[in-house]
Design a protein around this ligand. Structure first.
Ligand code: ADP
Ligand code: ASP
Ligand code: MG
Length: 402
């Protein structure tokens, strides 16, 4: 039997906490008598601190150097956990992304994993080691250190679980599992025992950072048995599983909030075929993720295009969209927005879910600036000052605390 465990930044945030993780690892060894691969994040706040250092020198630092810098955080925490385990008589060894054979594309700051060469890890497991892997990082075939994007250790864990055919992938964090919304925003949020991959994917993509969306997507694809649980309690956590395994399907399962989006408003774009393609290909080439897109009806040969991008990519977007300045009247960037989303597989078969949301928002006088929907999700952009109120209002109107 093989288990992959992942411990996030808060769980690794300091020597006492790393000591606690070491105890958990020993418990798992005693309990399951299994092989164990432990993926770790950098100590909490470390990645942000390193990024701040880089931004002291430049608003757009060289991404290769950013990856060299950020990958150090996970190397520190993985080595410390291996030292902690060894001090307790456990045979443990830490590996960087390169050591773990995590081969990625040769792009920086959000590289995709191409494959994992598991030979080295397999050999170490056979020799009886607990293998501690620095999360969030890999190596390109060109030998460049890469990182997988913020929150990427979740992806490292799922990818390793898939490649090693692990029996279970446990993501340890600072809450007891997946809740109906962020329990830090709504204290009435309830823990969910089981949630489908698709709902979890939407919640994660819409801002519930408890799991990285790409890790959920990969878990579904590779059929990895995924559990989210706390490293600070004995709670059972939440199982992320196939929709068929869930008997009671609520219409709305959860509410997600993303405060890291920015709205880009391009006014008076020449309304001609190909212009949207040009703008969005430019953004795609720069690897900027565009989310909601709204184009107004053209008038006098001109149209307005609004869309959202991650706030962290605003500087880059400004740079690459510069070339359109003569084709449009203005390009504005608004970071004072938030995206609130409701997610639930039950929406597929129930009507009227959206109107309940819109009425509830209106009752609280919250203006909705943009709306986007999918089969199992409704997202709304609101002013950031109403973000938490919007979350609590929606949580309440769908009685998610019941
Ligand atoms: P880690 O450092 O362990 O990776 P993260 O900070 O990335 O942890 O994710 C855990 C946080 O996710 C929680 O502290 C919680 O505030 C937040 N969160 C957002 N939405 C949810 C949700 N629906 N259920 C549980 N936690 C959530
Ligand atoms: N340390 C990285 C981050 O803060 C990766 C992770 O924690 O998953 O984003
Ligand atoms: Mg995380």
């Amino acid at each position: 039997m093989l288990i992959v465990q992942k411990y996030g930044g808060t769980s690794m945030g300091g020597c006492e906490r790393i000591e606690n993780v070491a105890q958990r690892v020993i418990q798992a060894l005693d309990h399951h008598k299994c092989g164990l691969v432990v993926v770790v994040s950098a100590m909490s706040g470390q990645t942000d601190t390193l990024l701040e250092y880089a931004h002291f020198f430049s608003s757009l630092p060289n991404t290769r150097e950013v990856d060299m810098l950020l990958s150090s955080g996970e190397r520190v925490s993985s080595a410390l956990l291996a030292i902690a385990l060894e001090s307790k008589g456990i045979k443990a060894i830490s590996l960087s992304g390169r050591g773990a054979g995590i081969i990625t594309e040769n792009t920086h700051t959000k590289a995709r994993i191409k494959y994992i060469d598991t030979n080295h890890i397999q050999k170490l497991l056979q020799e009886g080691y607990v293998v501690v892997v620095a999360g969030f990082q890999g190596i390109s075939e060109e030998g460049e250190v890469t990182t997988l994007g913020r929150g990427g250790s979740d992806l490292s864990a799922v990818a390793l679980a898939g490649a090693l055919h692990a029996d279970l992938c446990e993501i340890y964090t600072d809450v007891d599992g997946i809740y109906t919304t962020d329990p830090r925003i709504e204290s009435k949020a309830k823990k969910i025992d089981k949630i489908s991959y698709d709902e979890m994917l939407e919640l994660a993509s819409m801002g519930a950072k408890v799991l990285l969306n790409r890790s959920v997507e990969l878990a579904k694809k590779l059929k990895v048995k995924l559990v989210s649980r706390s490293s600070f309690s004995a709670s059972e956590g939440t199982l992320i599983t196939d929709e068929e395994d869930i008997m009671e399907k609520p219409i709305v399962s959860g509410v997600a909030l993303d405060k890291n989006q920015a709205r880009v408003s391009i006014a008076d774009v020449l309304d001609r075929p190909g212009i949207a393609a040009e703008i969005f290909s430019t953004l795609a080439e720069a690897n900027i993720n565009v989310d909601m897109i709204v184009q107004t009806i053209g008038r006098d040969g001109k149209t307005d295009i609004d869309f959202t991008i991650p706030q962290t990519e605003v500087e880059l977007a400004k740079k690459v969209l510069e070339c359109f300045k003569n084709d449009v009247q203005s390009i504005e960037y608004d970071c004072d927005i938030a995206k609130v989303s409701i997610v639930g597989v039950g929406m597929k078969s129930h009507s009227g879910v959206a109107s309940i949301a819109f009425k509830a928002m209106a009752k609280e006088n919250i203006n909705i600036m943009m709306i986007a929907t999918s089969e199992i999700k409704i997202s709304m952009i609101v002013n950031i000052k109403y973000a938490e109120l919007a979350v609590r209002t929606l949580h309440d109107v769908y009685a998610l605390d019941k």
